[in-house]
Design a binder for this molecule. Structure first.
Ligand code: BYC
Length: 332
């Protein structure tokens, strides 16, 4: 949707002969004035590469993120829950498509990005490498994973790169529905039988820490934050977003009557925030580096789906080719 009728930065005629210092200054001024950088504007190569990295990782996360929940579509406990879950999973596929399109405006093709994912060269969110063992996991994912995603993604609506910022506006609206549907599942279970409440608590016990890790390494270990915040791509640091998420989520858990599995979690009146326990960074890096509980399964599923869809891509390409020939003939 974004890629029609645009000139990607390195191909833009105006950028070729322009004075290099002038271009740098124009870019710096746009960032300083909080104006959007658009695909046809000149931008430093580092800015472009950083955006391709972050937006493509984000797109991959949405697409891989369909797998843990897709696994439960056939086992949803009612027709209503099934229809809602199906819509949510479809939304995630859609988010992946908007994001691949936004990244394509930076001069990289979707095929290249997908190849990098399948070759294990591109990352996707650590959270999707954990298994979904019970129906309560659908509630915990919606409430906690989508809740964390919203916290991270609302500031991205103000990202300095126009196509990414605009894609995030719609994505955040849909994520908000996802979070509510998750909380609604948790409410039903928490107010249900003792067994249902125990299932909900077990899901919170398993998902809490991986969700807290989703925000990325602590600020002191985050390699990209300094530069991406200067460029206005990221607006709030990993640790600040993590704290905002914890502060917002603890009262929601209280309302459900569920316990957060962190003995060190307590309100700190001096800081005006919840203090929380040590994060297991060894587990985080193990999962990020490809050795989590489901990394191999997730990647295999994506590669198999891509291979099975090969005939659709071929048919669509052949159709587009024929349509173009027909159009040329009718125009002649
Ligand atoms: N998982 O310097 P840092 C969703 C990597 S989808 C894996 O702090 P940065 C949903 C990081 O990439 C949600 N890797 O990096 C979908 C970097 O490695 P590289 C996805 C992680 O970029 C379906 C290295 O660690 N959201 O919501 O400044 C169903 C150092 O980190 C993770 C997005 O993608 C992680 N958790 O900050 C339900 C949001 N964390 O690239 C829900 C957009 C860090 O140097 N992305 N790494 O090899 C961002 O906001 C930022 O890229 C991050 C990381 C906060 C994730």
């Amino acid at each position: 949707m974004y890629t029609q009728a645009i000139d990607i930065p390195q191909n833009h005629p105006d950028s070729q002969g322009a004075d290099a210092t002038g271009r740098d200054l124009a870019f710096e001024a746009a960032i300083a004035d909080d104006r959007k950088v658009e695909p046809q504007d000149w931008m430093p190569e580092g800015y472009r590469k950083t955006l391709v990295r972050q937006i493509s990782q984000h797109a991959h996360s949405e697409v891989v993120g369909m797998l843990p929940e897709g696994n439960w579509v056939t086992r949803a406990p009612s027709l209503k829950r099934k229809a809602i879950l199906l819509a949510k999973v479809q939304d995630e596929g859609g988010h992946g498509l908007y994001l691949y399109s936004a990244a394509e405006t930076l001069g990289v093709s979707r095929a290249e990005m997908v190849d990098a994912l399948h070759a294990g060269k591109a990352k996707y969110s650590s959270i999707f490498n954990y298994p979904t063992l019970t129906w309560a996991d659908m509630g915990a994912i919606g409430w906690l994973v989508d809740g964390a995603a919203i916290m991270n993604q609302i500031p991205l609506c103000r990202c300095s790169y126009g196509p990414y910022a605009r894609a995030m506006i719609r994505i955040c609206k849909e994520e908000s529905f996802h979070q509510r549907q998750g909380y609604d599942i948790m409410l039903s279970l928490a107010r249900g039988t003792a067994a249902q409440k125990a299932m909900a608590q077990d899901a919170v016990n398993r998902w809490w820490w991986p969700v807290v890790m989703m925000f990325g390494p602590s600020d002191k270990d985050s390699v990209h934050s300094g530069q991406t915040m200067k460029w206005g791509i990221k607006r709030i640091s990993n640790d600040d977003l993590r704290q905002k998420f914890i502060d917002a989520t603890v009262p929601q858990a209280d309302l459900l009557g569920l316990t957060i599995p962190d003995p060190d979690l307590r309100w700190n009146p001096e800081r005006g925030h919840y203090d929380y326990g040590e994060i297991d960074w060894a587990e985080f890096w193990q999962v990020v580096n490809g050795d989590g509980p489901c990394n191999r399964e997730r990647l295999d599923a994506r590669v198999a789906a891509h291979d099975k869809g090969g005939w659709v891509r071929e048919a669509a390409t052949a159709h587009a080719r024929k349509a173009a020939i027909r159009e040329r003939r009718s125009a002649a």
